[in-house]
Design a protein around this ligand. Structure first.
Ligand SMILES: C[S@@+](CC[C@H](N)C(=O)[O-])C[C@H]1O[C@@H](n2cnc3c(N)ncnc32)[C@H](O)[C@@H]1O
Ligand code: SF4
Length: 424
């Protein structure tokens, strides 16, 4: 058997053991029958046969690029569409995709797609001080390629897609992309992570188009400090975006706050207090090392330290139950409308339940945020291969995913992209 599709939820528990075994068999079998052509293509794509080139493309130029850049992608799209229909009609008893299951049995049903390398802010922890050199627009995924890949991953069992960047809401065709994603059968959740600058203005249309979830980044409640951290003005716009999201019925509205010693750790209690009257889910994120962000251990405030500090003010802070793949450890002050969470990637990683894959704006598949192994799906798509060959390449990359990340000290020494070129 070459192709394994996802199983129906109801049959899932009974089939789990069998499924893991079947997935492995499929994978081994797939590998054995790999053609020379596949191996060559895989090596090319993993080694990155395209060197990163840089340009200073403007937003205007970016808007022009949004037309389809490859005809092979269009052909590919129709073949995937046909396959999607077929797999949806006969997937009721088959296990989760072998291509999206790794060697540790983790099923990757959550995909993050970076829509752009550009941003209207310059956050210190994300964007290197000297800026980043942008990928020439012809080497970025076109809209059609993004949708083709999204369709393929959803066909294989992805149920949630998060659009990120760079700043996804500066992409001129953001509404079209969401509208197209909305049509994908099997995709349950479309989420966006945004800095909130354009949110108040776009939200009514985003909601109409079908956006389900919003995470808004905000690291301080002090306007002058906001300007220092993100190297731009805009605090009030972001607050307006948060309020608009609440007003429009998003609940909870997630607020991402990267905590850095000497910068904003003195505001932890103010952020928690914000959840008293507002249905916010404030998520304190441990500061993570990426290229160019000058991370060091002393600047990182650990989950335990944050929790101890908050508990001094609210000793009755309650731990809430969360789903298996939920990354945040979640708490609530009894009686408060909202809640708080901690993303503890550095001090207490959650690799064991990781269900995420990422596609960068230039089309590389990253199976781990902190791993520097990447596979160019863009090059594979543009080489005009079949859907099966592309899936094999995805499957091989997922299969090589490590059990866990290398630990914060090692990560900080490793070469990786700056966060803005990954998409958090
Ligand atoms: C790269 S941004 C892209 C989306 C959007 N521009 C935004 O800021 O929300 C995605 C998330 O990554 C987080 N992030 C960026 N650099 C980080 C770092 N060094 N450590 C922890 N989180 C980081 C941001 O705070 C944001 O919530
Ligand atoms: S965190 Fe988001 S808003 Fe800040 S520079 Fe990175 S991409 Fe832009």
């Amino acid at each position: 058997m070459f192709y394994c599709s996802r199983g129906a939820q109801s049959a899932e528990n009974n089939l789990r053991a069998m499924t893991a075994h079947a997935s492995m068999c499929c994978r081994l079998f797939d590998r054995q029958r790999s053609s020379k052509h596949f191996r060559k293509l895989f090596v090319q794509c993993v080694n990155g046969n395209t060197q990163r080139l840089y340009s200073g493309a403007t937003h205007k130029e970016n808007a022009l690029e949004l037309g389809d850049s490859t005809s092979s992608a269009a052909n590919f799209a129709s073949s995937v569409k046909a396959r999607t229909k077929q797999s949806l009609s006969d997937d009721s008893i088959l296990p989760f995709s072998a291509f999206l299951t790794d060697n540790f049995g983790r099923r990757h049903n959550y995909l993050r797609i970076s829509l752009t390398e550009k941003c209207n802010l310059r956050c210190q922890y994300c964007m290197p001080e000297e800026g980043v050199k942008l990928t020439p627009r012809g080497q970025l995924l076109s809209t059609s390629e993004i949708l083709t890949l999204a369709r393929l991953f959803v066909q294989e069992g992805v149920e949630k897609i998060r659009l990120t960047g760079g700043e996804p809401l500066i992409r001129p065709d953001i509404l079209d992309i969401i509208a197209e994603l909305r049509k994908l059968e099997g995709l349950k959740t479309i989420a966006v992570t945004t800095n909130g600058m354009n949110l108040a203005r776009l939200l009514p249309k985003l909601k109409d188009t079908g956006l389900d979830l919003i995470n808004i980044s905000l690291d301080t409640l002090v306007p002058a400090k906001f300007e220092f951290i993100v190297r731009r003005k805009g605090f009030h716009k972001v607050m307006e975006g948060i309020d608009k999201a609440i007003e429009m019925g998003y609940n909870p509205v997630k607020v991402n706050c990267v905590v850095m010693r000497g910068l904003n750790e003195d505001e932890l209690l103010d952020f928690v207090a914000l959840t008293e009257k507002k249905p916010l889910d404030v998520r304190f994120i441990e500061y993570m090392p990426f290229d160019g962000n000058k991370w060091n251990f002393k600047k990182m405030v650990s989950y335990q330290e944050m929790l101890d500090h908050i508990r001094q003010q609210w000793p009755n802070l309650e731990r809430l139950e969360t789903g298996h793949t939920e990354t945040a450890k979640t708490f609530k002050v009894p009686g408060f409308k909202g809640q708080v969470g901690f993303i503890t990637s550095m001090s207490d990683h959650f690799c064991g339940s990781c269900n995420r894959l990422r596609i960068t704006a230039d089309g590389n598949l990253k199976v781990c945020l902190f791993g520097n192994t990447e596979v160019s799906l863009r090059d594979v798509l543009r080489s005009g291969v079949s859907e099966e060959e592309l899936l094999q390449i995805v499957g091989a990359a997922v299969g090589r995913k490590k059990k866990q990340h290398a630990g914060m000290y090692n990560i900080s020494q490793m070469k990786n992209r700056p966060m803005i070129l990954i998409g958090g």
